[in-house]
Design a protein around this ligand. Structure first.
Ligand SMILES: [Zn+2]
Length: 291
C-alpha cells in the first residue's frame, strides 16, 4: 500500500487516474443508456475532480451511488410497471447534466471544502448528501414497482404511481436501505483509508465509523422524505392541454403544458438539491450532538 500512497501523493497522478477511471465508467453508462451525452460528460468531470481532491472515501461513495442507482434503473426498465409511471416523470431514466450536478454537485463542493480546510465534519455532511441522493433514487426506482398504490405524504389519500409526494412502504424501505449503504460505504472507507491523500489527518476511528454509518442512514432517509414533501408541495406541476394528464414536464403530447401549481423554478432537480442540502445539514447537526 505504501508505494501506492507515495505515487498518488502527486495531484496530477490522481487527476490522470481519475480521468481514466471516470471516462471508462461514464462511457460504459452512456453505452448502457444510464446517462445522456451531457450527463456522461458531467459525470466524467465530476469523477475526476473527486479523485483529484479527495481520498477513496469521497469517490467511493460517489461510485456506490452511481453504480447502484444505475443498476436499479436498468433492473426496473425490464419491468412493465415502469412505462406507466415514467410517462409523467420530468425526465426518463437517462440522467442528464442537470440531474448529475443536482445529485453530485453539492457533494463535490463539500469534498473541495475538505481539501482546503480539512475537518471530519465535511465528511459527515457529504455522507448525508450522498445518502439522501441514493435514498431518493432507490425509492423512486424500487417504489415504482410497489403493488400497493402510493399514498400522498400530505393527506394520506391514494395517488397515481409516479406522483411526486407519493410514498409506499416498499419505496420507504428502499430509501432506508439506499441511505444505509452509503453510510456503511463511507464508514468502511473512512476507517481503512485516509480522508485525503494530501493531509496527514488524525485516523478515523472505528467508533467514529459506526457513528458515520448510522448518521448517514438517518439523514439519507430524512432527505428522501423531504424530497417527497417538497415534490408534493412546492415543485412545479403542469397539466397537458392535449390529454389532460398531470405532469412534471413543461411539454406533453408535443404541446406546452399549463402550469397548475408550484413555483416555476422549483423543478425536480432543484427539489433534489434542496433535500440533499437538508440531509447534509442534519448529518452535521447529529455529528455535533453525538461526538
Ligand atoms: Zn399529454
Amino acid at each position: 500500500m505504501q508505494w501506492w500512497l507515495t505515487v498518488t501523493e502527486s495531484w496530477w497522478v490522481r487527476l490522470l487516474l481519475g480521468m481514466l477511471g471516470s471516462v471508462l465508467i461514464a462511457g460504459a453508462a452512456y453505452r448502457r443508456q444510464s446517462l445522456s451525452g451531457s450527463g456522461a460528460l458531467s459525470a466524467a468531470v465530476m469523477g475526476s475532480a473527486f479523485v483529484t481532491l479527495g481520498g477513496p472515501v469521497w469517490f467511493g461513495c460517489l461510485i456506490m451511488f452511481f453504480v447502484t442507482s444505475s443498476a436499479w434503473s436498468s433492473w426496473k426498465r425490464r419491468h412493465r410497471a415502469k412505462q406507466q409511471a415514467e410517462a409523467s416523470y420530468a425526465k426518463g431514466s437517462r440522467r442528464d447534466a442537470g440531474q448529475v450536478w443536482a445529485n453530485g454537485g453539492l457533494g463535490l463542493a463539500l469534498c473541495l471544502a475538505h481539501a482546503i480546510w480539512p475537518d471530519p465534519l465535511w465528511l459527515f455532511a457529504f455522507v448525508g448528501v450522498m445518502a439522501s441522493a441514493n435514498a431518493d433514487t432507490w425509492a423512486t426506482e424500487i417504489g415504482a414497482l410497489s403493488r400497493s398504490a402510493p399514498r400522498a405524504l400530505i393527506g394520506w389519500h391514494r395517488v397515481e404511481p409516479g406522483t411526486s409526494g407519493g410514498v409506499t412502504f416498499l419505496g420507504s424501505s428502499a430509501a432506508f436501505a439506499g441511505a444505509g449503504l452509503i453510510g456503511l460505504t463511507g464508514a468502511v472507507l473512512a476507517v481503512v483509508a485516509p480522508l485525503a491523500q494530501q493531509v496527514s489527518a488524525p485516523p478515523f476511528t472505528l467508533q467514529l465509523g459506526v457513528v458515520l454509518a448510522v448518521i448517514g442512514a438517518i439523514a439519507g432517509l430524512v432527505g428522501a422524505f423531504v424530497d417527497s414533501w417538497l415534490g408534493a408541495v412546492c415543485q412545479v406541476m403542469y397539466r397537458c392541454r392535449s390529454c389532460g394528464k398531470e405532469t412534471e414536464r413543461a411539454q406533453h403530447c408535443d404541446v406546452p403544458a399549463e402550469q397548475i401549481r408550484g413555483w416555476r423554478w422549483m423543478t425536480n432537480d432543484v427539489v433534489n438539491l434542496l433535500a440533499a442540502a437538508v440531509a447534509g445539514l442534519l448529518a452535521v447537526l447529529l455529528a455535533f450532538l453525538w461526538i
